[in-house]
Design a protein around this ligand. Structure first.
Ligand code: GLN
Length: 303
């Protein structure tokens, strides 16, 4: 399979599409990025590494980090975490509050904000130095000490994070947040502020294509945990557009409002795409188009 050629052709074709998306202006710092940026990078199990466009430019990975915080919580506590949140697609927007009322403060899954806030709470309770320890975990996955948070992005989001503040307090009222809401939210905003370029993103996520093992053969998760996280990305990674992504792309994936998408082909590769303008569901407009065309041309998906 000549992934290189397919990526080049797909990139050129997708680059020509008129972009109907808009920047995530609700976080002031995210409104400042160059909306024309477009990068792609693939890392394969058999060691092909190839990128195109703005693949070396750092961006805010936002909700993509929810997969990494879930991975760390899962690694530490195992199946116990599912006492605090579910594994069902929510069919609602990433920042929705509505289901929490009837679900008694148990978020439907770890990838909507409510679920990621509960995971942040779990990590706060279980890590000695949560901010440092999480960063160490992420850096160790791909042996990359360059990875870091952006304090600017975290502060920018904190200033306007009224919905997340509401979510955290609402969940706390049901007893499903154990720490102080302001501490949980500070940590959640830090997690969302992680920055990576497409190359780094695809390298970090390759462990999910490799049965939970990093390229240097470190065990990050067990085979079963890795399978389950892929399953959650497949069913919940794009909020109320998860069905659409599954239908058109056919891979587990996760998006973020910084315009990044990571997609995994278990046993084969991880691919990162970045284009900051988002569709109405909060997922990268061009990123979705690119991946649809990519799996169509390569005729490879998990189905
Ligand atoms: N930090 C963002 C928020 O909480 C993450 C959302 C996203 O990337 N979908 O609103």
């Amino acid at each position: 399979m000549d992934f290189k050629e397919i990526i080049q052709e797909t990139y050129l074709k997708t680059d020509k599409i008129s972009n109907k998306g808009t920047l995530a202006t609700y976080i002031p710092q995210l409104a400042k990025v160059n909306s024309k940026s477009f990068g792609v990078y693939i890392s394969t199990i058999d060691n092909l590494n190839f990128g195109i466009g703005d693949c070396y430019q750092k961006f805010s990975i936002q909700s993509i980090s929810k997969v990494l915080s879930l991975s760390l919580a899962y690694k530490i506590l195992g199946e116990k975490i599912w006492e605090r949140l579910g594994v069902e697609p929510s069919g609602t927007a990433f920042n929705s509050l509505v289901q929490l009322e009837t679900d008694n403060g148990i978020p439907r899954n770890p990838f909507i904000n409510a679920g990621a806030i509960v995971i942040s709470d779990i990590l706060l309770s279980n890590l000695e130095n949560p901010k440092e320890d999480f960063l160490t975990f992420v850096r160790n996955i791909a042996n990359n000490s360059e990875l870091n948070y952006s304090s600017k992005i975290a502060a920018s989001e904190k200033e306007v994070g009224f919905r997340n503040i509401a979510l955290c307090n609402f969940i706390k009222s049901f007893g499903n947040i154990k720490n102080k809401p302001s501490d949980v939210l500070d940590f959640y905003f830090d997690l969302c502020s992680l920055e990576m370029n497409c190359k780094e993103l695809s390298e970090v996520f390759l462990f999910l294509a490799n049965e939970g093992n990093s390229v240097t053969n470190k065990s990050i998760l067990t085979k079963s945990q890795s399978k389950r996280i892929n399953a959650l990305m497949q069913t919940c990674g794009f909020y109320d557009e998860s069905g659409e992504f599954s239908f058109k792309v056919g891979l587990p994936g996760k998006s973020g409002v910084g315009g990044g998408i990571i997609a995994i082909h278990p046993g084969k590769y991880s691919i990162a795409v970045w284009s900051p303008k988002l569709n109405t569901k909060g997922n990268s407009y061009k990123g979705m188009k690119f991946l649809e065309e990519f799996t169509t041309r390569s005729e490879l998906s998990i189905f």
